[in-house]
Write a protein that binds this ligand. Structure first.
Ligand code: RTP
Ligand code: MG
Length: 140
């Protein structure tokens, strides 16, 4: 299995509850390595652009409001089959459907305030990493 990268966000509901370390520990225990990390407060423009694919969905406005409601931690994660590995440890979008032992089952508050984002393909991972990080900020 090839070592690849994915992009992760620890969302405002998790940073508000001081869960940055707890979430990161679960990512690390799942075999992912944090090769870049920074805490930012996303602007409305950034959040709108980042979630552009959801622009027509009914929850888009609320999602942008939520993602700009507090600090987030954006990270680049490296590991074998990183996109799938990360999505497996994140669990289902809705915590009510997430498997035991996943981040969302353990920590998410709701389908929206679900603690983490993870890229859903290698192609989107590359786009999302480039959206938040310069190459010299990633140390593998
Ligand atoms: P993500 O992109 O954040 O990793 O999560 P995902 O693939 O599991 O979910 P996606 O369908 O891409 O939705 C993106 C984020 O929008 C919020 N959401 N709210 N109110 C709702 O029905 C609803 N559905 C989705 C969640 O924060 C979700 O992670
Ligand atoms: Mg998604």
């Amino acid at each position: 299995m090839a070592v690849t990268r994915t992009f992760s966000i620890i969302k405002p509901d998790a940073t508000r509850r001081n869960l940055t370390g707890a979430v990161t520990k679960m990512l690390e225990e799942a075999g992912l390595r944090v090769v870049a990390s920074k805490r930012i407060h996303m602007s409305e423009d950034q959040a709108k652009k980042f979630y552009e694919v959801h622009a027509e969905r009914p929850f888009y406005g609320e999602l942008v409001d939520f993602m700009t409601s507090g600090p987030v931690v954006v990270q680049v994660l490296e590991g074998e089959d990183a996109v799938k590995r990360n999505r497996d440890v994140m669990g289902a979008t809705n915590p009510a459907d997430a498997a035991d032992g996943t981040i969302r089952k353990t920590y998410a508050e709701s389908i929206e305030a679900n603690s983490v984002h993870g890229s859903d393909s290698d192609e989107n991972a590359a786009t999302e990493i480039a959206f938040f990080f310069n190459d010299d900020e990633i140390v593998g």
